[in-house]
Design a protein around this ligand. Structure first.
Ligand SMILES: C[C@@H](c1ccc(Cl)cc1)n1cnc(-c2ccccc2)c1-c1c(C(=O)NCCN2CCN(C3CCCCC3)CC2)[nH]c2cc(Cl)ccc12
Length: 100
């Protein structure tokens, strides 16, 4: 009870722990540490796509991730940022709750 109350005040409850393949991608985008909020995970994945130039310069909502570790994780050659469902499915497979 006490430690949970403490965790709530420290804002730890919304942290997630990426599995190693996803953690490596986040770290390549500049992430530090091993637990993040979902917002931070999305931010670093966006940065990763930018830094690795995986988005189409003309159709900027299209991400071509085939041949990249991101594509391995997603199991996709490409996707549109307008349909986040494949990304959420991948996160379900690659994030564990850090609350425990
Ligand atoms: C709404 C949001 C989003 C967020 C999650 C999802 Cl599952 C879909 C969509 N979003 C909208 N466009 C992008 C995007 C597009 C191309 C290249 C990089 C990012 C994003 C993504 C962000 C992000 O944190 N976005 C901040 C603002 N973005 C605007 C787009 N900006 C760039 C667009 C290409 C040209 C340069 C600017 C970068 C900042 N994180 C993501 C992670 C992934 Cl796995 C996929 C896409 C994104």
């Amino acid at each position: 009870a006490a430690e949970n109350a403490c965790r709530v005040t420290l804002g730890q409850v919304n942290q997630v722990r990426p599995k190693l393949p996803l953690l490596k991608i986040l770290q390549a985008a500049g992430a530090q540490g091993e637990t993040f909020t979902l917002k931070e995970v999305m931010h670093y994945l966006g940065q990763y796509i930018m830094v690795r130039q995986l988005y189409d310069k003309r159709q900027q909502h299209m991400v071509y991730c085939g041949g990249d570790q991101l594509g391995e994780l997603l199991g996709l050659e490409s996707f549109s940022v307008k349909d986040p469902s494949p990304v959420y499915d991948m996160l379900k497979r690659n994030l564990t709750s850090a609350a425990v």
